[in-house]
Write a protein of this length. Structure first.
Length: 883
């Protein structure tokens, strides 16, 4: 097997299609080189070597040494320099690169190949001694930090000391001799902390760095990131070794990062940051504040330092042409890294740019309208799950705001929460369901778990392309970065903004769209669902086959769902209606009644209430199907648990506390999930389902008469395991319908069906279908009963199961397609075998999960049902599944 692939200087051993083998960075460097863009020559060690490295006990096979030597020879041939040559040394960067860009991997090492001899050669050939020694000290520090794992504070301190001794304030005040002395000090630190002198052999340097890249694949940070993003550990990373180009060779040199469209808003305008006389890491690390790339952006921000467009118009023009070419070539918005060395432009990276959900939407719609992509591609490109970000409220423009300061609008959306200063604290509080804002000077990959737990992220330093900004956009968390007026003291947990002081736990609000940071919580408004969102949803609706319904039981939820495009209700749970304060007493009397008469009397009090509930829902869902599930949970859930509650309830119901407790004791179950619930209630207390059915039909007839639009009730019996259960309940429902129709003189269409949520029901679906008009897969219970895992108790071990790869994802979030999925397939097939027109849907949590929706499409269900806010996600995912 070949492990090394070259690029640059007219050679490309790979291209964009080789991302799995070369990683994203390597594949795109090869691609850019192959379309004639200026890419410094280099080579990629493939991801396959990463796997082999671990197989062989973290060692490299000998053959790799030969291949790397050939790779270096390629770079030497193109550059005319030699690696380790004291007279005219080749320097390289060593860069990691997995299939998808991954924080947590080893940071890039620049200027590798410098030692006490080659630094003199670099000084001579560049004619710039200061530049050579500056590069050398950067290299020693980076290598010590990234490859040797030494504490970088020691280096920072040494540098600060050096500046203080000389009375300097800025790095740029340092001269060649100053840097020479800093290098000497750095080397002493390395020797003291590492126990060996800084490696002077350039090949040792290179192999050390290559090993560190592969080693970082199994770092904790990388593992956390992979877990959060469903990236398999088997992918591995590639290593890129590439000739250095220098953005730090004076005022005609520069480095920058850019997007071909605005990654925050999606606006069709170049967007980027650059720094004159700097190396790449300076821009992302937030050490110096980067400048705007375009004149328009600089003017809009009323910033003084010249944009690249103004300072280097010619090179900028060249860069802009490259932007257009790359966007046309990749047919997507690109995220680009470049360096200018003494006026010469070099491309160092391109990839599809991360973007916010609203930018993704706008870019997809714009590109389809520009003719760059088709409408289907536009639909396919927007991550359905990420739509979530657009559907949530933003700050009410008219609400009063107590603005503390303003930073950069790094990731849109608004969030309020308690100030926390560490990722661990964020996680801890989030576990208690507390909303928190993570406040950091800047974030690093170690903070990822806290960023995930937080509702929003606020940093004092760093630009729009800083770690915090990029990660927050990827996660869909609002973020304000670079709020320079914040003085953060994480140790004492104090945040100062001018004359104001905030402590841990104080509530703040951040607006990632404007960059504002406010004290207290600020009111929010509903999102705008027209515009690009409406356009894309329209295109999605044209291609999707699956209908999308919602799980809702209040008129407000129903209205929200309709606004989001729900085409009916797939699950209206009725027990929620029983919990309402004024009704719970009637429910409790019903439960405590000793006789059917007693039960009926209590139910009679509930009937008008239920009727009103259903009538309200039918009105909102006019003309659409509404699936109502009859009572499902075990009765004891309605009884009090605390002593004080018992006394109160007993008094309200005029029974003794003892009797109440006795009855509660009788209802106690060892395993309520598998106990007296669902259809089993209907079988033992038929009056309950009879009352509910009557309420449904009275409400339906009433709404039909009042509005002229007949609702389509679909009465659903839960937890059925046998046909006989369903037949008995169906008879109850039909009887109630007939009675109501006779009393009112009006009939309407309705269906009676069942949930399929027990393995037996799935297997016996052919039989059960004989008594059913529809099946709705209750995948929450079906997952519980098929795997035998109680959802409420799963939290303790499920994460470990996912980490160990036993389940790829939490089966309660994303359907276990290969296991539970089989039951669905069997039931669908057998059910339709008996009754070809049988209507099939899914009403578990999975109905809003894109991967599960793809499965529903594949097995030919008629609809999915999702919670109101997930309805648009389901519409888009259903369209993507149909493509
Ligand atoms: P990341 O994946 O973190 O962006 P990169 O490997 O892209 O890491 O490197 C970070 C930065 O280092 C690049 O944006 C670029 O500015 C700089 N860099 C990397 N390789 C070179 C090189 N060969 N010459 C000059 N600068 C480089
Ligand atoms: Mg990069
Ligand atoms: Mg259920």
């Amino acid at each position: 097997t070949r492990y090394v692939f070259r690029f640059g200087g007219g050679v490309s051993d790979g291209g964009r299609g080789d991302r799995n083998l070369l990683g994203g960075k390597g594949a795109n460097l090869a691609e850019m080189a192959s379309i004639g863009l200026p890419v410094p020559p280099g080579f990629t060690i493939s991801t396959e070597m990463c796997a082999r490295y671990y197989e062989e006990g973290e060692r490299f096979p000998d053959s790799l040494r030969d291949e790397v030597r050939d790779g270096l020879a390629h770079i030497e041939a193109v550059t005319g320099k030699r690696f380790g040559d004291p007279a005219d040394p080749l320097l390289v960067s060593v860069r990691s690169g997995a299939r998808v860009s991954m924080p947590g991997m080893m940071d890039t090492v620049l200027n590798l190949g410098l030692n006490d001899q080659t630094v003199e050669g670099l000084a001579a050939t560049s004619g710039d001694e200061r530049f050579a020694w500056d590069s050398y000290r950067r290299f020693v520090q980076m290598y010590a930090d990234v490859v040797l794992g030494l504490d970088h504070d020691r280096f920072e301190e040494a540098l600060e000391e050096a500046k203080e001794d000389r009375g300097y304030f800025l790095d740029t005040d340092m001269g060649a001799d100053d840097w020479r002395q800093v290098v000497a000090a750095y080397k002493e630190i390395v020797e003291a902390d590492w126990g060996k002198p800084f490696p002077q052999d350039v090949h040792d340097q290179l192999w050390g760095a290559v090993g560190a890249v592969f080693g970082s694949w199994q770092s904790e940070r990388a593992k956390v990131y992979r877990r959060l993003n469903d990236i398999p550990g088997s992918w591995g990373t590639a290593v890129n070794v590439q000739a250095m180009v220098f953005g730090n060779m004076g005022d005609t040199s520069a480095t920058g990062v850019a997007f071909t469209r605005d990654p925050s808003t999606g606006e069709h305008a170049y967007y980027g940051e650059w720094l004159v006389n700097a190396q790449g890491e300076d821009v992302v690390a937030g050490i110096r504040t980067p400048q705007y790339l375009t004149r328009a952006a600089r003017e809009k921000a009323a910033a003084k330092p010249l944009s690249m467009e103004e300072a280097m118009p010619e090179t900028y023009g060249e860069l802009a042409r490259v932007f257009d070419l790359l966007e046309q070539h990749y047919r997507d918005m690109q995220d680009i890294e470049f360096t200018v060395e003494r006026g010469h432009l070099w491309m160092l990276q391109t990839r599809s740019g991360k973007r916010t959900a609203s930018a993704a939407l706008k870019i997809a719609v714009d590109m389809a309208e520009e003719g760059l992509i088709s409408r289907e591609e536009a639909v396919a490109r927007v991550d359905a799950a990420a739509l979530d970000q657009l559907l949530h409220p933003t700050l009410d423009p008219d609400a009063p705001r107590d603005v503390l300061t303003k930073g950069l609008p790094a990731s849109p959306g608004a969030a309020s929460g308690a100030v926390v200063f560490t990722a661990d604290e964020a996680e801890k509080r989030a576990e208690r369901d507390e909303a928190v804002i993570l406040v950091r000077i800047e974030t690093s990959p170690e903070d990822i778990h806290g960023m995930h737990a937080a509702k929003g992220i606020l940093t004092a330093r760093g630009g729009m392309t800083s770690h915090a900004a990029v990660v927050a956009r990827g996660m869909g968390r609002p973020c304000v970065s670079g709020a320079g007026a914040l003085a953060i003291d994480a140790k004492s947990k104090i945040l100062r903004v001018r004359d104001r002081t905030l402590r841990e736990g104080d509530i703040i609000t951040i607006d990632g769209a404007s960059g504002e940071v406010m004290a207290g919580a600020v009111a929010t408004v509903q999102p705008e669902l027209a515009g690009d969102f409406g356009t894309l949803m329209g295109w999605a609706d044209e291609v999707r086959r699956l209908k999308v319904r919602t799980n809702a039981e209040t008129p407000a939820d129903c209205r929200t769902a309709r606004r989001f495009g729900a085409e009916g209700i797939g699950l209206c749970r009725t027990e929620h209606m029983f919990f309402e304060a004024e009704r719970i007493t009637a429910v409790r009397s019903m439960i405590l009644a000793d006789t059917p008469q007693g039960r009926k009397a209590a139910l009679a009090r509930l009937l008008p209430e239920q009727r009103r509930d259903f009538a309200e829902i039918f009105e909102v869902m006019a003309g659409l199907p509404v699936t109502i599930r009859l009572l499902d949970p075990p009765l004891h859930e309605f009884l009090p648990t605390k002593d004080s509650d018992f006394a109160e309830v007993a008094a309200a119901m005029d029974v003794s506390v003892d009797k109440l407790k006795q009855r509660a004791g009788e209802l106690h179950e060892f395993n309520p999930m598998l106990g007296h619930r669902g259809v089993r209630l209907g079988i033992t207390y038929p009056e309950i389902y009879a009352m509910q059915a009557r309420a449904i039909f009275e409400a339906a007839v009433d709404v039909a008469q009042r509005t002229g639009e007949a609702p389509i009730p679909e009465v659903m019996i839960p937890l059925v395991a046998t046909r006989r259960e369903l037949e008995l309940m169906r008879a109850q429902v039909d009887k109630a319908a007939a009675a109501v129709f006779a009393e009112t003189g009006r009939t309407l269409d309705y269906l009676v069906g069942t949930m399929i949520e027990l393995p037996r029901a799935a297997l016996m679906a052919g039989d059960i279908a004989g008594a059913a008009d529809f099946f709705s897969f209750g995948t929450n219970d079906l997952t519980q009963t098929a795997i035998g895992i109680s959802r409420d108790d799963a939290a303790r071990f499920l994460q470990t199961y996912v980490e160990q790869g036993i389940f790829a994802r939490d089966p309660f979030v994303s359907l276990d397609v290969e296991g539970v999925g089989q039951l669905i397939e069997i039931a669908a097939e057998r059910g339709r075998g008996t009754k070809p027109g049988l209507k099939l849907g899914i009403c578990g949590e999975h109905g809003g999960d894109p991967t599960s929706i793809a499965f529903c499409e594949q097995v030919g269900l008629d609809y999915v049902s999702a919670s109101p806010y997930r309805v648009p996600i389901a519409r888009l995912a259903a369209a993507q599944a149909a493509l």
